[in-house]
Design a protein around this ligand. Structure first.
Ligand code: ADP
Ligand code: ZN
Length: 608
């Protein structure tokens, strides 16, 4: 049997998956051929499997270098749930545990060993490993080796030397974020010879993108979360205080909530994260400190209460939703204040001119995505140099965003900026356009301008939105660091003089309060927003209950027993025998042995 055929058998038997996901087969094939490999695949696309599966073929040990203890623990937990012998050596491993691990290694009983880069850099460890049968070293989150990247970890620079000390083993590396410059840096710093490079699409078709201007953020979030009660999700906030405030508010609305930010002590952080991972339907209110170690496959939504810091971080953060491939949703709230704050932060930072320009560009790209009057996915993928047809799933494609020719409005707004000397902000200018009775306007004599009241046919909010869009599109910039006033950019001039057009997004009228949904409907929605028959719902409910009980008894996360997708398939196909159960997503031999009977029984009972 060829290596790849054997790999496919293990895929089915151990992992319970019928097929490789796109990209996995080529990568696994290259790894099995012994080549050095660098694979760039988006979060949730199944990177881990690419090194876990080859580890089960042949009898050597696969070393996995990973930057976070939580990540390692999570993966070891997943492997053990599948019956794969795996362990982790890190700063929290006791001597006793370490001794057992070494016994297992010497006996050739361990397949996967997860180590932190600090640990690997210790001479004792490399020395001991050089006498063990290590077949390859897999480096996870390989972008941590890049100095300019957002997650630079100096210890990553030591990996290559450690690999050489261990012996002539194969090096393979994985990351979700690496542009071509970073890929070159990884290839050079991590590998002794040029690796085979695989770059997989950044598209995550199951994640629907939605943006809204921040208007009444609590209400907007409440609407979004109410429609998704019972689902697991993350709400990212820009500040620690923001996470606390929102979590408290939503706990008061009977949502299950946890808080996560770097200001909490370690024990509290771990406990909160554990609760999020283990239980169904918990919402994490978190700063960006939350996420890297979060491998929960059934996160159904990610919301941003404040604008993310860049497209890259936006992409990483929403990428934590829908790892199981089932539909997941996002909502990003953005405000002019967010954008102005970020601009000021960049201006105040001690950066060289070139870097500053670069950071401003990055921010503008994000602003353009937020204010886009086009398919969000196309814009997002375009940012990563990928082309795609309109997605059909984002707010724009679903027709929730209307655009029209806005050249006239844009010119009125820009001329208001120009005629008042390019130093006033949103409120002042909107008052000017609507001809409002404003003391400051009168004092400055601006009520005598031609522009005064020229936009009285629209509301102040309409004008505020127009200014936001012009700002996001790069037609306006902040006039100075201290004040929120606007000045025209080159693009703004071009629009004002009629050399360039402008499409205006018509914000939809405010939605009404959320519709009440029944509990079963909500749970079905929680499981992936697909249509189900009443009988199916009942079975799904029963299976979820069983899963909860088992998870509690065994003290493991619910998804480690079975994934949502697995329960959904069971409810739909109602297998009656262990063999039929084998055909279901995520059901491998170990899960059959452990849980097969009770689940069959539950299906039979609930089907009556
Ligand atoms: P990444 O490391 O790329 O972020 P993971 O390795 O965590 O992604 O995989 C995401 C999810 O996809 C996991 O729940 C995993 O079990 C699942 N998965 C991986 N490979 C397959 C496959 N071939 N078929 C079905 N599901 C898969
Ligand atoms: Zn779209």
């Amino acid at each position: 049997m060829s290596d790849l055929a054997a790999a496919k058998q293990i895929l089915k038997k151990v992992f319970g998956f019928a097929d490789f996901r796109p990209g996995q087969e080529e990568i696994v094939g290259a790894i099995l051929s012994g080549a050095p490999v660098l694979a760039v695949m988006p979060t949730g696309s199944g990177k881990s499997l690419c090194y876990q599966l080859p580890a089960l073929l042949g009898d050597g040990l696969t070393l996995v270098v990973s930057p976070l203890i939580a990540l390692m623990r999570d993966q070891v937990g997943q492997m053990c749930a599948l019956g794969v012998p795996a362990a982790t050596l890190n700063s929290q491993t006791s001597e006793e545990e370490a001794a057992k691990i070494w016994r297992d290694i010497r006996a050739g009983a361990l397949k996967l060993l997860y180590v932190s880069p600090e640990r690997l850099a210790l001479d004792g460890l490399t020395e001991a490993l050089s006498h063990a049968r290590v077949s390859r070293v897999a480096v996870d989150e390989a972008h941590c080796i890049c100095e300019w990247g957002h997650d630079f970890r100096p210890e990553y620079r030591l990996i290559r030397e450690s690999v050489e000390k261990i012996g002539a083993v194969q090096a393979i590396a994985f990351t979700a974020t690496a542009d071509s410059a970073m890929r070159a840096e990884i290839a050079e710093r991590l590998f002794a010879s040029p690796p085979k490079v695989f770059v997989h699409s950044f598209d995550r078709p199951n994640i629907a993108l939605k943006f809204a201007a921040k208007d009444q953020p609590r209400k907007q979030l409440l609407r979004f979360l109410s429609a998704r009660r019972g689902q697991s999700g993350i709400v990212y906030c820009a500040s620690r205080a923001g996470t606390e405030r929102l979590a408290e508010f939503f706990a008061g609305q009977s949502f299950e909530t946890i808080v996560y930010h770097a200001g909490l002590d370690q024990a509290r952080r771990n406990a909160n994260q554990d609760r999020f991972l283990r239980e169904d339907g918990v919402i994490a209110f978190a700063t960006i400190a939350f996420g890297m170690g979060v491998n929960k496959p059934d996160v159904r939504f990610v919301a941003h209460a404040d604008m993310p810091s860049s497209i890259e971080s936006y992409y990483q953060e929403i990428g934590r939703a829908g790892r199981d491939g089932l539909p997941a949703e996002t909502l990003t709230l953005y405000g002019l204040e967010d954008m102005a704050l970020r601009r000021r932060q960049i201006d105040e930072k001690d950066l060289g001119d070139e870097r500053r320009r670069f950071e401003h560009q990055r921010l503008s790209a994000l602003g353009a995505l937020c204010e886009a009057a086009a398919c969000r996915r196309q814009i997002l993928l375009g940012h990563f140099n990928e082309q795609a047809p309109p997605c059909g799933a984002c707010d724009f494609c679903r027709g929730e965003i209307l655009v029209r020719d806005g050249a006239i409005e844009a010119q009125k707004a820009l001329s208001a900026v120009y005629r008042t000397g390019q130093r006033f902000g949103l409120n002042y200018l909107s008052d000017l356009l609507t001809g409002a009775d404003n003391e400051a306007l009168r004092r400055n004599g601006h009520d005598a301008l031609k522009t005064f009241g020229v936009g009285a046919d629209r509301t102040k909010q309409d004008w505020a939105s127009t200014f936001r869009q012009l700002f996001a599109a790069g037609a306006l910039r902040t006039a100075s660091a201290e004040h929120g006033g606007f000045a025209l950019t080159e693009k703004g001039e071009a629009i004002l003089r009629g050399r360039e057009g402008f499409m205006l997004r018509d914000d939809p009228p405010r939605e009404k309060a959320p519709r009440q949904t029944s509990k079963t409907a909500r749970d079905a929605a929680a499981a992936g927003a697909r249509e189900t028959t009443p009988g199916e719902n009942q079975i799904f409910e029963a299976l979820r209950k069983l899963r909860r009980e088992i998870a509690r008894d065994e003290g493991v996360a619910a998804y480690l027993v079975f994934a949502d997708r697995t329960l959904l398939e069971m409810a739909e196909r109602r297998p009656a025998t262990l063999d039929a159960l084998r055909g279901i997503y995520g059901v491998g031999e170990r899960k059959i042995a452990l849980y097969g009977e009770p689940f069959l029984e539950a299906i039979a009972q609930a089907s009556d």
